[in-house]
Design a protein. Sequence first.
Lengths: 223, 403
Amino acid sequence: MSELIMTREPFRFYTRLSLSELTGLRASTLGQLLKLIRKVPGSCIYHHTHRFLQQHQYLSPEPPNDFAYWVAEVLGEDELGERLASIDTVQYATIRSLRDKIAATIEDYLKDKPLVRLRFAREDEEFHFVKSVSFVLPTNYVANNLREFVDILKKITIDSIYFHIFESRLRLEKGNNDFSNWIENSVGDKELADKISRLDPYTHSLEGLRNTVVNMIEGRIST
Amino acid sequence: MARLEEYIPIVGQSVIDDLRLLGERLKGKVVQHVNSTPVGGGVAEILNRMVPLLKELGVDTRWDVIKGGEQFFEVTKRFHNALHGRPVEITGHDFDIFMETSQENIKEVNTYGDILFIHDPQPIALVKKRSDNKWIWRCHIDVSNPNRQVWKFLMDFISRYDSVVFSAPGFSQRLPIRQFLISPSIDPLSDKNKELPQETINAVLNKYGIPKDKPILTQISRFDRLKDPIGVIEAYQQVKRYIDCQLILAGGGATDDPEGIEVLEEVKEKARQDKDIHILLLPQNDIVVNALQRASDVIIQKSLKEGFGLTVAEALWKAKPVVASNVGGIPLQIKHKYSGLLCHSIEGAAFAIKQLLNSPEYAKKLGENGREHIRDNFLLTRHLRDYMLLFLSLYHPEDIAYL
């Protein structure tokens, strides 16, 4: 009965709340966008690639990241928009590597189509760079075994799920999501941990992600 | 005044739990709001709702008001218009009047708070009193294109604050201090937004002689050129060629505004004898506005300029499909083709309205997405959370703060 096996370490659920900090930096051409993508803080890249997940979490699948949205909807460059939207974020372990990929994608496109540099966004449609400031707080929920874990998972806020799946892996550079880390190292169930790790969380809504992980764990408990 | 627990059925228990967690982190801090009026205007309306809820969360919140004479408020009204980018002449005498009253307030107002939260330009100079406490300036104005003379004058004060708060990314400036984006919000429990029984909606339609036999398009706004009511009528006329529908243009506040009366006359002239155009000059009545929005098939907000445009949030909260201009804070509320349709012209507005009327399933989906977008991002509870995070940011300069 793996569900009741007491774990080596209990799992403390955290939540993460964020505030948007303005930078005053704006781009009206693709060239300016590229230049700023290279120099803005990592918190800006994080904001513009993850904001949609939380602010539009009711949509499934979610709209693309802010860069893809702006390039397609404002500059009318659908092809580049698609390339940016389809960057496989889950393959990148750090914000730095994600930033490099975004910049390289735009750079390659500009090399192929230099005239695109001449396109300007209207004054009220410029791209404004915003930073994501995170506040991480422990919640009162602690799980000592898988059964407790899944029961809490069903009712915790989506901000908590977001923190443990997305922010921990990429922004805190832990390499894997917190749920898989705990299930592998404290519960000792590597197979279940790997199954959760293999999910592409960027193609689920946050509620959809919650249900998928809950089903995986409940399926495991009942076997 | 609604209590926190009344919001649980709307936003969920966990959102309120998070607010309580944040409230605990602010125990012992006194937050002192200062503005220029206890009643009337958007700032007072927000503070009237916010202050009791923050207190309920355990945040010791106070609210003080500065004093000023007629001349002072005439000058600050001109500052307001100039910051909005309107052509206004500001003289050295205006700045003298502003500083004279500011000096009196600096003498009179006790700035006892651990955190001073100063709203808009009127009390901005109080920062000259700053000691070792924290100071935030909340700018509720669209300063995307401000009059440089006034902005430069205010910058002397702004640079002494710890942080500034704007309502839309387009309002941000290059500043030597931190600046945050916090959007305004609507209260889902207020008369303007609460659920209404169908009988109330029907009674309002009956009262204003609006039949339910054809689709209703509605724009709620003051009779103001920046809201483009004439453009709305032209868009309606273009739609009407193909789809039999009716238009409601409803708003208040024109009687004491000479320009408003002029615009209202122009609108009446434009509407002429079309019995399907209902022009309603409303007294302040939130239930009527709520009912008209709920009775509509499509809501329009075809503004030429907009600070934030909370009428869009009100409409989306009622799960209505919205066609709105891509200006001010509107694109924060509507993602084109996801939670509404954005437009740049009369023709674009007419095309979008036709799409929605001819595709009710699509319209319904946009409205439903819109409601969820408002639930997640533009309700009073999100506003409370952002304000508490803002207070905490004063003690945590890092990008990832562990509380």
